[in-house]
Structures are given as structure tokens and as C-alpha cells.
Design a protein around this ligand. Structure first.
Ligand code: CMP
Length: 140
């Protein structure tokens, strides 16, 4: 079953570069509405827990360091077929492979510092959204 919600983070590279407002604007212009929003900085422990599925990957330690290097903006977004639609909007993980006009193509600099995270399935969108937000932090 597909749901109409996804989870995203605007990552430290994009926040640091001043792209937070532009990216949020692109997201809203693409027809997503904001269900929950949180500006925060992850500790290495929290970043490690969030990306625990990648624990065995060679880039895990760098990823945890990067994701805790500065503030991020976490959000739950709503749109019909949200997970797939959002992945289309952000483009491929590697910005060099991302299509013209996608968020990663426009704002990202490398496969690691790739401006945004997007949930890859409805199940993970639900898990990741609940990792950051309680029920009363979500606009229904
Ligand atoms: P994200 O979509 O948040 O999911 C896992 C993250 O790991 C990815 O974006 C990148 O920030 C990071 N990463 C670093 N190196 C790689 C790689 N070689 N392949 C995939 N993801 C990578």
C-alpha cells in the first residue's frame, strides 16, 4: 500500500550554504505540504542511530560525522504518492547523476554531501518520521 507521506532532511551542507529556504520553496512549489518541521542539530549518536542500516558500509563513519557537523531541517511531507514523487524531485543520490532541475543537481556537491535525504519506502518514511516527531508535532 502506498501512503501520501514521506520524510526528508535538509542536510548540514545545504543549511550551511544558505539553501534551506530555496529547497523548502522548491518542495512546496512541487506540491508538497508540510506536516511537521524541526530545525535541530544531530549528535553523532543520533545520526548513527538514524543511519544504522548503513552501519556496515564503508562510508558510514564519514556519513555520521557529516550529518552531525551542523544543523539540519527535518520534515514530514504530504502529497499523493509522496515517497516516489519526492525521490523524483530530489534526483539520484549522486548529484552528478541527478537529472537537471532536481534538488540534488541544483544544490548538492557530492554523493555524501548531497543536500537532502528522502525516505526510500513507505515503511521507512513512517519509521523515520516517528524517529523525529511525536504525534502532537504533526499537523493532521
Ligand atoms: P541518503 O539518501 O541520506 O542515504 C544514505 C547517505 O549516505 C546518502 O544519502 C549519502 O549522504 C551517504 N553516502 C555517502 N557515500 C555514499 C555512497 N557511495 N553511496 C550511497 N550513499 C552514500
Amino acid at each position: 500500500m502506498t501512503t501520501n507521506r514521506t520524510f526528508t532532511m535538509i542536510k548540514p551542507d545545504a543549511v550551511k550554504a544558505g539553501y534551506m529556504g530555496a529547497i523548502l520553496n522548491d518542495i512546496i512549489q512541487a506540491g508538497f505540504s508540510v506536516v511537521a518541521l524541526k530545525y535541530t542539530r544531530l549528535t553523532p549518536e543520533i545520526a548513527g542511530k538514524f543511519y544504522a542500516v548503513h552501519k556496515e558500509r564503508p562510508f558510514y563513519a564519514d556519513l555520521v560525522r557529516f550529518m552531525s557537523s551542523g544543523p539540519i531541517l527535518a520534515a514530514i511531507l504530504e502529497k499523493e504518492n509522496a515517497v516516489a514523487e519526492y525521490r523524483k524531485l530530489i534526483g539520484a543520490t549522486d548529484p552528478q547523476k541527478a537529472e537537471e532541475g532536481t534538488i540534488r543537481r541544483k544544490y548538492a556537491s557530492s554523493i555524501q554531501e548531497n543536500a537532502v535525504h528522502g525516505a526510500d519506502s513507505d515503511e521507512n518514511a513512517q519509521i523515520e518520521g516517528s524517529f523525529f516527531f511525536s504525534e502532537f508535532e504533526r499537523v493532521s
